[in-house]
Design a protein around this ligand. Structure first.
Ligand code: UGA
Length: 443
């Protein structure tokens, strides 16, 4: 098989498919990525992936190329794993990369091929892509028959290897107007997880596309729900973390994704809910998803709240105040800073005149590329040195484990905002810290 697109999703998928025993060629137009991967280096942080990459490359089952002709000759199954970012100036998803892959690949194909889409796309895309590849194949005149099917991905960054090798479900959407080999092929590819009892769902193309985006929209809604309640907690002296514990034991609700705090970011949830709204608008059913606008707004308000809280804790003026922001990645165990709440807060504080010192265990280089004007410290200690307020913005283990007494020796003022609700506030207060948090009246 080939896996086309070797970002967070594609590189993981390629290595994990090789780990499952398949003969995999990873394809990307970015020579730097392909060079790194061919040298056995993962060009981003994903725990466990370097080991899988090394093992599978050594076994000879995994290679990488920038050459589409090689890709066309290597396999009859092609996974499509390129990005579908938010379009500039619009909520809609940008399908440029998806189209470019098919435009490059299909004219080179001969015989029967199956393209299994993994990228998150607006509902209706697969049907359009089938028309596109039919036209491309006809134009090329090589007699190729290319089927488009959809096999959405549910992996979480930070757990990508586990989520790919032992997924919690496998979803395959296939065409219904013509014969399809998608289900049979997918069952063969995923034989190992299926033998282990992984639930398998086959469905039509629009359903498969919608499963993915609905799952992400639900997760985003769950987070914004608890963050909306968090605002009420702040206005009433209630504690959102105790509240979440108490409602979360109801297994109809569940405690997961009720982590109140700075809210969601990353390359998926924010852009997926926006693309979902945009698509609903195009379909003339925009009212169905107007609530997602509120989900987005609640999420953005949490970032503003942290900036305001920092301002309050510096006596109302941020100009020239030294603020340490712990975290730049959108979540722990990742170096991804796409739409990162932490980096957004750090940037806003800096734009408001504060002198910001950021530290993240993995995301420093990515953060510096996106926001070069922030102060980046070489270590957590350096970031804390002389701070008047500390903002814990991404809940890395290293930050959760900070010792309040030792940390107190480094800062100028013992003031911390626990924007992820992960610290033991009593232990910090016992060392003389003022602890502020979201959704909890602590002082
Ligand atoms: C998300 C989904 O969880 C995956 O199932 C999906 O495959 C993936 O998007 C995708 O579409 O590719 P991911 O973006 O890696 O995965 O991150 P999550 O673990 O979902 O976290 C998203 C954001 O929500 C993070 O910023 C996190 O800090 C935040 N979050 C999460 C909360 O604010 N509270 C919570 O309780 C949980």
């Amino acid at each position: 098989m080939t896996v086309i697109g070797t970002g967070y999703l594609g590189a993981t998928h390629a290595a994990c498919m090789a780990e499952l025993g398949h003969d995999v060629l990873g394809v990307d137009v970015d020579p730097a990525k392909i060079e790194a991967l061919s040298d056995g280096r993962v060009p981003f942080f994903e725990p466990g992936l370097p080991e899988v990459l090394e093992r599978t490359m050594e076994s000879g089952r995994l290679r990488f190329t920038t050459d589409y002709a090689e890709a066309a000759g290597h396999a009859t199954v092609h996974f499509l794993a390129v990005g579908t970012p938010q379009q500039r100036g619009s909520y809609a998803a940008d399908l440029t990369y998806v189209h470019a892959v098919l435009d490059d690949l299909v004219p080179r194909l001969e015989g029967r091929h199956l393209v299994l889409g993994k990228s998150t796309v607006p509902v209706g895309t697969a049907v359009e892509l089938q028309e596109r590849v039919d036209a491309l194949a006809a134009e090329a005149g090589r007699g190729a028959e290319v089927e488009i099917a959809w096999n959405p991905e549910f992996l979480r960054e930070g757990y990508a290897v586990k989520d790919t090798i032992t997924p919690d479900r496998i979803v395959v959407g296939h065409r219904t107007d013509r014969p399809s080999t998608a289900v049979e092929t997918a069952r063969e590819i995923y034989a190992r997880p299926l033998d282990e009892g992984t639930p398998f769902f086959e469905m039509n193309l629009p359903t498969a596309e919608l499963v993915k985006v609905s799952a992400n929209a639900f997760l985003a809604t769950k987070i914004s729900f608890i963050n909306a309640v968090s605002e009420i907690c702040e206005a009433t002296g209630a504690d959102v973390t105790r509240l979440a514990d108490a409602i979360g034991v109801d297994d109809r609700i569940g405690r997961k994704f009720l982590g109140a705090g700075l809210g969601f970011g990353g390359g998926c949830l924010p852009k997926d809910i926006r693309a979902f709204m945009a698509r609903a608008g195009e379909l003339g059913v925009d009212q169905a998803l107007t609530f997602l606008r509120e989900v987005d707004a609640i999420n953005q308000r949490r970032r503003e709240r942290v900036v305001e809280l920092t301002r309050e804790l510096t006596g109302g003026r941020l100009i020239g105040r030294r603020v340490c922001v712990l975290g730049a990645a959108f979540k722990p165990n990742s170096d991804d800073v796409r739409d990162s709440p932490a980096l957004n807060v750090a940037g806003s504080l800096s734009l408001a005149g504060a002198s910001v010192s950021v530290y993240d265990p993995q995301a420093m280089a990515n953060a510096a590329r996106v926001f070069p004007t922030l102060g980046y410290a070489g270590s957590v200690e350096e970031a804390l040195q002389g701070a008047e307020v500390v903002v814990l913005a991404t809940e890395w283990r290293q930050f959760r484990d900070l010792d309040p007494a030792a940390t107190g020796e480094l800062v100028d003022e013992r003031v911390i905002i626990d924007a992820r609700n992960v610290l033991d506030a009593d232990a910090w207060r016992a060392e003389g810290w003022t602890v502020a948090a979201l959704g909890r009246a602590l002082n």
